[in-house]
Design a protein around this ligand. Structure first.
Ligand SMILES: [Ca+2]
Length: 329
């Protein structure tokens, strides 16, 4: 085994040699970044090192959609930080109060979706919104009923406040951080039963609370409820960080809420996506979301699964997490 003192000397000599040749000595970034919001509220991010990975799904994955293919190598050339947790209601509240922000649906008078416990179903109504999705949430639950535009405004406010370049992650950053070195369907492995300890998904606790049949009379039983045999304890959203993290220390990358990414969506984009630091198509009509949610079957919570809707759309299963690309800080 290498003596620690000897190793330190060798590294020191190496650094001096690199400095002598004019080569930059890689600066070791802190493992976490804690951004201060108002009122003592913080937002913690995890350092993710630059690297390469296989983005998308192989043909061997029967659950994969066409837009997850072809699987292709992507190189991310810059380190970045990604929120350890999804943005919480408390964090969003600080933003709303600090910036005097009205969500897009509130501002435009658009009815927001929400849950009606009596009718066991979801409806559009003016009294629903991020403060009231119709099911119980505490400060530590992920904020929902936020559009892509709302999420972008939160990031822009946080950037102004902290001086850090806060943005939504690209789809490639999201998947790379989620996989954390894994090449399997989920970051824990291939088996969807492993989600039991990793993710809040559509489970037995949701089944009696959602009269899915009322909306889908032609399909006698919702397929996803048949497949999941366990109760994860959370019919709707779970407070962030209640399940096991991935190898990067990120929580709820599978399930809980879909997370907005910065990219426009194009179903054929993987066939022409640049191999280095892909940013998504230059234009489009829908934005990408990743990770699946509390109302999804396992297949939609896979590392490569993609969802897409217009940037003004908000619903009770959509949230986001913040990314800070490493530049000069
Ligand atoms: Ca659940």
């Amino acid at each position: 085994m290498l003596c620690p003192c000897y190793a330190a000397i060798v590294l020191g000599i190496l650094a001096v040699c690199l400095a002598g040749t004019g080569q930059a000595v890689p600066e070791e970034k802190p493992q976490t970044l804690a951004l201060e919001l108002d009122g003592g509220v913080k937002l913690e991010l995890v350092h993710i090192k630059a690297g390469r990975f296989q983005m998308g799904s192989p043909d061997s994955d029967e659950d994969a959609e066409k837009d997850e293919k072809p699987q292709h190598e992507v190189a991310l050339t810059r380190d970045f930080y990604l929120g350890r947790y999804e943005v919480t209601r408390r964090q969003f509240q600080v933003f709303v109060e600090g910036a005097k922000y009205q969500t897009e649906s509130a501002r435009t008078g658009t009815k927001a979706p929400g849950y009606d416990a009596e009718k066991k179903n979801f409806f559009l109504d003016a009294h629903y919104g991020w403060r009231n999705p119709g099911f119980a949430q505490t400060d530590d639950h992920p904020v929902v009923n936020v559009s892509w535009n709302d999420a972008r405004e939160f990031c822009a406010w946080l950037a102004r406040k902290t001086g850090k370049p806060c943005v939504l992650p690209t789809e490639a950053q999201w998947e790379y951080a989620c996989r954390a070195g894994s090449a399997t369907r989920y970051h824990h492995g291939q088996d969807e039963n492993g989600l039991r300890t990793v993710a809040n998904i559509a489970d037995l606790s949701l089944k009696p609370r959602w009269d899915y049949l009322a909306l889908n009379r032609r399909r006698p039983i919702a397929r996803w409820f048949e497949r999941v045999s366990w109760d994860d304890g959370y019919p709707f959203t779970a407070p962030v960080g209640k399940f096991k993290p991935n190898q990067n220390g990120l929580y709820d990358m599978h399930g809980n809420v879909w997370e907005w990414c910065s990219d426009w969506y194009d179903k054929d984009h993987y066939g022409q996506s640049p191999a280095k630091d892909p940013q998504g198509p230059e234009k489009g009509t829908r934005r990408v979301l990743r990770g699946g949610s509390w109302d999804n079957a396992p297949r939609y919570c896979r590392s490569a699964s993609r969802h897409k809707v217009g940037p003004s759309f908000a619903t009770t299963s959509f949230g986001f997490r913040v990314c800070v690309p490493c530049r000069n800080f």
